[in-house]
Design a protein around this ligand. Structure first.
Ligand code: NAP
Length: 281
């Protein structure tokens, strides 16, 4: 049995589908009692990853555990080792954690302290583990959906700063392999897309797939910070803008790890756009 947290999200949905398709018994964790759109045969468990006690009954009898810390779960909380202890008591043998590339490249950013704490807990747990360190997600472009739908315009900073954004479906595919197959224990994989693309180029690809002109309007860093501070803590806003505006050379490089694990190239940004078109149409 494989327990998947974040099961209704960008990575969780394709992951649950891939595991179910492979014939695995899957438990999809959600804060909602009846999450919509789960594949047939997948069991939903209502729990809150931020409340470790609620995870105890869910992890009872599980073989593998996928951990994804969304939203404020990336902030302070119970010691991460406690969750790993609960998993071990429940019988879990293998853990896959979604961390971030920045946990490795920006070792002093407080916004990634929680992920680093979880990485250390997973590494010290004595369980088989795989840590996934993705770069920026292609799905961050969902933030543009409303202004594209209503005015065919994207407002974003740093138009020509390119990063190799990763399709969450590729993260899900790598996670499925690490959860199901031997040979990935003790590994940390950096996951990126196949090429670096900046916002201006992403918008051009969106226009092409949509078949309609979408205008790109470049925001200053200050304008972007103001817009983002309505839904993100200030430290996270500044940290995110540092990466988007002045990435380190290593953060702009394409990692070989998706292809190494999956035996096929990572999906390009355009593939994510094509699958996600209803959000922008
Ligand atoms: N976005 C990026 O560019 C990027 C880059 C590198 C790493 N990451 C890492 O990826 C993880 C997040 O991925 P994501 O943003 O794509 O997640 P997401 O898919 O938006 O969220 C996954 C699910 O988590 C559940 N959830 C449980 N507690 C939550 C809470 N307190 N707040 C919000 N959702 C909660 C929600 O499901 P229910 O409502 O069903 O409970 C949600 O559907 C984080 O650990 C982040 O550090 C992100």
């Amino acid at each position: 049995m494989i327990v998947v947290t974040g099961a209704t999200g960008n990575i969780g949905r394709p992951l649950v589908a891939a595991l179910a398709e492979a014939g695995e018994e899957v438990v999809a964790v959600s804060r909602s009692a009846r999450p919509e759109g789960l594949p047939a045969g997948v069991r939903a468990a209502r729990a809150e990853l931020g409340d470790f006690a609620s995870m105890k009954p869910v992890l009872e009898g599980a073989d593998a555990f996928f951990i994804l810390l969304a939203g404020e779960l990336n902030g302070p909380g119970e010691p991460a080792v406690n969750l790993l202890d609960i998993a071990k008591e429940g019988g879990v043998k293998r853990v896959v954690l979604v961390s971030s590339q920045l946990a490795g490249t920006r070792t002093d950013t407080p916004s990634h302290d929680r992920l680093r704490e979880f990485e250390a807990a997973v590494r010290g747990s004595g369980l088989e583990y795989t840590i996934l360190r993705p770069g920026g997600f292609a799905s961050n472009a969902f933030a543009w959906a409303e202004s594209v739908r209503t005015g065919r315009t994207v407002f974003a900073p740093f138009g020509d700063v390119a990063l190799p954004v990763v399709d969450p479906a590729d993260i899900a595919d790598v996670a499925a392999v690490a959860l199901r197959e031997d040979g990935h224990s003790g590994r940390t994989y950096v996951l990126t897309g196949p090429e670096a693309v900046g916002p201006r180029q992403q918008v051009a690809q969106l226009s092409e797939v949509l078949g309609e002109e979408v205008t790109y309007v470049e925001l200053t860093r200050e304008q972007a910070a103001e817009a983002m501070s309505s839904f993100m803590p200030e430290a996270v806003v500044e940290g995110t803008l540092d990466v988007l505006g002045a990435p380190l050379a290593v953060e702009q490089e394409v990692s070989p790890d998706v292809e190494k694990v999956l035996g096929r190239p990572a999906r390009p940004f355009g593939a994510w756009v094509a699958r996600s078109l209803p959000a922008f149409a």
